[in-house]
Design a protein around this ligand. Structure first.
Ligand code: PEP
Ligand code: MN
Length: 336
């Protein structure tokens, strides 16, 4: 961290600040220019309160050299994190395929889709039992009944389950059923929820907030790791831009950036990015070509009857095609 002092800072003020920073455990590298004194802080600056420093009467500017995240940073953990979900490995160079309906609607619906996606090559089954809907009048999910249906589907197909938790008071309940707890885009900065799932031993699938920067996304993951849970999979699902033709704009560059900045695996959800089923396969291919560790895709056998997100849901045969296509792209990528 670099602190630029204002011109003509009194010597005793500079000394006081130096003393304070040294007492916090930093070494200081001074650089004295004609007008400015610059302090280079050496040490772990992740815990520094930049706002307080910036409020100092004689501080002109504070510039971060290091990122504000630590535990998620590749700098502190150079090797890729590999996460094991009942034998399915994420982050080891293979691609993990997660598929299923947006919402669990009934036992028959989920089992039909689960059997289809399993045959197509999906590794994990997704399905929302608690749905964070924009409208209070839209289907809100079957709640615990939905979790029970997910467990039945897991028992009959052998596929581990991914399901969303939307409030800190249901974390324990969801954790009783789920193999992977999803934190959705709308809750990416629900810090109470992040801390609570950070205290579980479940794998957490953290989706990017619709207006979150890459740094904010990684800071949200940092909350989970700081609470003790290192099993976090990130998910790029598109961000809100001025473009309205698609539901969101898929930020492929975030996959590349996060691979560089963090050791955590990152997968892509092209369904919520596109909002249209026709665009899901091309975006999925692009994400895999860019280095994503897997894909989460919404699939429904009767999308015209789906209680949520039918327009972006692939029919089972289209999902089968997608799996084959992305596996080909992945094999080329490995070759390159
Ligand atoms: C979902 O996965 O069903 C979902 C609600 O996604 P997001 O949080 O990315 O909108
Ligand atoms: Mn959905």
């Amino acid at each position: 961290m670099v602190i630029v002092m204002k011109p003509n800072t009194p010597a005793d003020e500079l000394e006081k600040l130096e003393k304070k920073l040294r007492s916090l455990g930093f070494d200081i590298d001074f650089s004295q220019g004609a007008n400015y004194t610059i302090l280079g802080l050496i040490g772990d600056t992740t815990l520094i309160n930049v706002q307080q420093l910036q409020a100092h009467t004689y501080v002109d500017r504070v510039l971060r050299v290091q990122h504000p995240f630590k535990r998620v940073s590749r700098h502190f953990h150079p090797e890729d994190t590999v996460i094991d979900i009942n034998g399915c490995k994420v982050g080891n160079g293979n691609i993990i395929m997660i598929a299923g309906p947006c919402a669990v609607e009934s036992k028959e619906q989920l089992l039909t889709i689960a059997n289809h996606v399993k045959r197509s090559g999906a590794d994990l089954l997704r399905g929302g039992a608690y749905k964070p809907r924009t409208s209070p009048y839209s289907f809100q999910g079957l709640e615990e009944e939905g979790l029970k249906i997910l467990l039945e589907a897991k028992r009959s197909t052998g596929m581990p389950i991914v399901t969303e938790c939307i409030s800190d008071d249901t974390v324990d309940l969801v954790a009783d059923y789920a193999d992977v707890i999803q934190i959705g885009a709308r809750n990416m900065q629900n810090f109470a929820l992040l801390k609570k799932v950070g205290q579980t031993d479940k794998v957490i699938l953290l989706k990017r907030g619709m207006s979150a920067t890459i740094e904010e996304f990684l800071m949200a993951a940092e909350y989970i790791l700081a609470a003790g849970n290192h099993k976090v999979i990130l998910c790029e699902r598109g961000i809100r831009t001025y473009e309205t033709y698609t539901r969101n704009t898929l930020d492929i560059s975030s996959i590349v950036a996060i691979k560089e900045l963090s050791h955590l695996p990152i997968i892509c959800d092209p369904s919520h990015a596109a909002g249209k089923w026709e665009m899901v396969e091309p975006l999925a291919k692009a994400a895999i070509a860019a280095g994503a560790d897997g894909l989460m895709i919404e699939v429904h056998h009767q999308p015209e009857l789906a209680l949520s997100d039918g327009a972006q849901s692939l029919k089972p045969e289209k999902y089968t095609h997608l799996v084959q296509a992305v596996k080909q792209i992945h094999s080329i990528k490995s070759y390159v």
